[in-house]
Design a binder for this molecule. Structure first.
Ligand code: XMP
Length: 329
């Protein structure tokens, strides 16, 4: 699957200290204009800082010739599709919501292996959903927010990031019917945040903790089912409410597959386990668990076991990256 690993990185990082946001924006707007010419492009917005930045850059370059879609894959956080569509409508960007829940659950059915899950999600996005939109609309380009770290980890063979194609030697024109344009490939997350800020995106977007492309599927061990997504979604909401004030790089809930014996109201309850992760990091390449106060851990354990049906155990990950990674799959 990691086709071109031996070639190493083809792209050079543009470091935060060398970044001049206005010049970068000008350069990228010109690049997008010259590649797309008189044709049209599409992009998928998830509401994360990378895809939000690309959405605004693309609209500056192409205006109405960029069509922006939010793919509702059924794996997003609570209320996310409606929230993102409304933020961008307030910024003057029309976002079309594409319902694809059933499709994603059907392609994930029966898959347990982490890399196979990632591969299935990539195929569903690029091969099924975007190819269909492109076929129906005649659009020729896909603009997306792949960043330097995504490529680095994929090329190194650590994790297949859902949005890395070209660096794996995949010819998207031949395979999917459109070309991919990636304006952010030279930047790591802190630099992307600077660009987002310079583009006038709201703080709720440019300072938002990262969220992975495979969404909550990256936080479920074993098969992804609608019930498991619902469980991890509820736990995620609690983790985000409790930890958003901690100034951490990222925080998340993982649903484990193994059950453990618990006790509720004096009776045996053989239930599920949630693992909480909270990371200090600057670039996602290395990370350390945040030293959370015990009162906060207590509150997380209390709320998750009370408010998320089926959960009898909550743990906190105390491992650094490496050897851990930030997401569980
Ligand atoms: P890992 O788990 O590789 O995560 O230590 C590093 C950072 O990347 C995010 N992540 C992804 N982002 N597509 C993305 O756009 C993906 O497939 C993906 N997988 C992980 C993760 O949330 C963390 O910020």
């Amino acid at each position: 699957m990691f086709l071109h690993r031996s070639e190493g990185m083809k792209i050079r990082e543009l470091r935060l200290g060398d970044l001049e946001p206005e010049r970068f924006i000008e350069r990228k707007v010109e690049e997008i204009k010259s590649i797309v010419g008189r044709a049209s492009a599409l992009n998928a917005l998830s509401g994360g800082v990378d895809s939000s930045t690309v959405t605004i850059l693309g609209h500056r370059a192409l205006g109405d010739r960029l069509k922006t879609y939010f793919i509702d894959n059924g794996l997003m956080r609570e209320g996310e599709p409606e929230r993102v569509v409304s933020i961008f409508e307030n910024l003057g960007v029309r976002v079309e919501l594409v319902q694809a829940k059933e499709h994603f659950f059907s392609v994930l059915k029966g898959i347990r292996d982490p890399e196979e899950k990632r591969e299935a999600i990539t195929q569903a996005f690029y091969g099924d959903i975007f190819s269909r939109i492109v076929r129906e609309s005649g659009i020729q380009y896909l603009l997306q927010g792949t960043n330097y770290t995504d490529i680095e980890e994929t090329v190194a063979g650590i994790k297949r990031q859902h949005n890395v194609l070209d660096q794996l030697g995949i010819d998207t024109k031949e395979r999917y019917g459109y070309r991919v344009i990636e304006p952010l490939v030279e930047l790591r997350k802190p630099a992307v945040r600077e660009i987002a800020k310079a583009l006038g995106l709201p703080e709720g977007i440019y300072s938002r903790p990262p969220f992975p492309g495979p969404a909550l599927a990256a936080r479920i061990i074993g098969e992804v089912t609608p019930d498991k997504v619902e469980t991890v979604r509820k736990a995620t909401q609690i983790v985000e409410e409790e930890l958003s004030g901690m100034d951490a790089f990222q925080f998340l809930a993982v649903l484990h597959e193994d059950r453990v014996t618990g006790v509720r109201e004096g009776r045996r309850d053989y239930g599920q386990q949630i693992e909480v992760r909270c990371w200090d990091s600057t670039d996602a390449k290395t990370a350390s668990p945040t030293r959370l106060p015990h009162e906060i851990l207590d509150r997380l354990a209390g709320r998750i076991t009370e408010e998320v049906p089926g959960i009898v155990s909550v743990t906190y990950n105390i491992t650094k990256k490496p050897p851990s990674t930030m997401e569980a799959i």
